[in-house]
Design a protein around this ligand. Structure first.
Ligand code: GLN
Length: 472
């Protein structure tokens, strides 16, 4: 179920000379992160991990679970892999995903479906459950106790939602905290490397190893910003009474009764710990799904235009005479149906005929960020809006919401639900995409077969981790 390949062949001379990650203007592998040297050496020694297969490594194939990259070997390792190596952790293999990270089920993979180990008994009775996605292979690997932790990527919920479905912790740090160098781009303004483990302390340790500036990633937060965030977020949550916000827009009609009960029990637990819980409003959460699917598909269409089967991956031998036919055949055979659908949607959005969808989606995103800024106590490190500071009393330190509207459906339920309309699958992301659009640090902590999200202001990763440690 998990496309894990352990390849001990260290000879990388056969590596293709091309790169597919495209997250930087430079493709020079010889400058691969020397920051690795400054990782807390040995802080992860003795641990093992599995990397989602859209994170490139030199010793294994890096496929993005796509047929078009099924024979692709990267000539360099992702910065996150180098940092973990320097900290003493051992990479066991790569994990399955929805092709290029597009999906919420790990059923859209060239390598097949990843099932959920939480329900392994039910598999025997013919009732397999999905693992969630797109980092379903990583969450399943952790739930199946194959490794101490796994790396995933979260563009609109892909670390948090499978973690919730598989009963593990899934942490999506602030956008820009962890290097994207070596992450195969889906939607680069949203893509964030995340950490999945069943132990919150392991998640924290791994986060500290990876939380570094990387000059190969143009969106990596520079050190002066990191330092200023450190001094602003230094409050000790153990000795502080926090204000916990519950955005009313997350109370969506589809939430199952069980999810509501789990949500309320976590809020009561926080109250019992001496924190104050209050209802808040972030109105643009309601538009966040449309904004997300407009922006993410537009970025994806642009990012995936590099796969022509000529520079990377699978090619169709008998059409080499005509460039156009060759590329059409390679892309038609190389991409799965969901990826093709998103390329079409994205190209439509980016075309002049579509009007100004892209601009409107960007405006919704900006509005959402401003609304989050009005709700949080901590001032956004990039905000120059002085109105934000006018009235700060009664604002929140964290926000709490469910991760998914329900527990993992069976494979059968999942297919039935999406057969009639593929949009049903997109709607389930309503609880995770708002934090992605705003780049907020968010963790999903397990409560049985459900997950609860703790969200913080941009840069308040440590607060989110500290609160989660208290809740676990
Ligand atoms: N389900 C969302 C999508 O398909 C999120 C995916 C992700 O975070 N990679 O876009």
């Amino acid at each position: 179920l998990i496309s894990s390949r352990i390849n001990t062949n260290k000879d990388t001379t056969s590596a293709e000379k091309n790169t597919v990650t495209g997250s930087s203007t430079s493709c020079n592998s010889s400058t691969a992160s020397t920051d690795a040297a400054s990782s807390p050496a040995g802080s992860l020694s003795g641990t093992t991990y599995i990397a989602k297969d859209n994170i490139v490594t030199t010793h294994e194939f890096s496929t993005g679970a796509s047929r078009i990259l099924s024979n692709y070997r990267s000539p360099f390792d992702a910065t996150v892999v180098l940092l973990l190596d320097a900290a003493g952790s051992t990479l066991l293999g790569k994990s399955n995903l929805d092709e290029f990270g597009m999906g919420s089920s790990t059923t859209n993979s060239h390598y097949g479906t990843t099932l959920n180990p939480l329900y392994s008994v039910e598999v025997e009775t013919g009732k397999a459950h999905i693992s969630g996605g797109s980092s379903g292979g990583s969450a399943a690997a952790v739930a199946g106790k194959l490794a101490n932790f796994a790396l995933g990527t979260d563009t609109g919920g892909s670390v948090r939602q499978p973690a919730s479905y598989c009963g593990t912790v899934g942490f999506k740090p602030t956008y820009g905290r962890i290097s994207r160098w070596g992450v195969i781009s889906y939607a680069q303004t949203l893509d964030t490397v995340g950490i999945i483990s069943d132990d919150i302390h392991t998640v924290e340790k791994v986060y500290h190893v990876l939380d570094k500036y990387d000059d190969k990633d143009p969106t990596s937060l520079p050190d002066d910003i990191r330092n200023s965030l450190k001094s602003k977020c230094s409050e000790d949550v153990n000795s502080t009474s926090l204000t916990v916000g519950v955005p009313r827009e997350f109370v969506v009609g589809d939430l199952s009764q069980e999810v509501k009960e789990v949500w309320f029990s976590v809020l009561s637990q926080l109250q019992d710990m001496g924190h104050t819980v209050k209802i808040v409003s972030v109105p643009s959460i309601k538009q966040s799904l449309s904004s997300y699917y407009t922006l993410a598909t537009a970025e994806a269409a642009s990012n995936l235009s590099r796969y022509d089967g000529v520079r990377y991956g699978q090619t169709t031998e008998d059409l080499q005479e005509k460039a156009h036919d060759l590329i059409v055949a390679n892309r038609t055979n190389g991409f799965g149906p969901e990826v093709q659908r998103r390329i079409l949607l994205g190209n439509y959005t980016l075309s002049s005929e579509s009007g100004d969808h892209y601009i409107k989606a960007t405006q919704v995103r900006e509005k959402l960020v401003n609304e989050f800024n009005q709700v949080f106590n901590l001032r956004h490190v990039f905000s120059n809006d002085t109105n934000v500071d006018k009235e700060t009393s009664g604002r929140c330190d964290i926000l709490v919401a469910p991760t998914a509207i329900n527990s993992a459906p069976t494979l059968e339920e999942y297919h039935q639900q999406n057969e009639t309309n593929f949009l049903n699958d997109y709607v389930n992301d309503i609880l995770t995409v708002p934090a992605s659009l705003a780049g907020l640090p968010t963790i999903s902590i397990p409560r049985g077969k459900h997950g609860i999200q703790i969200m913080g202001q941009f840069g308040a990763d440590q607060t989110v981790l500290d609160v989660s440690k208290k809740l676990m």
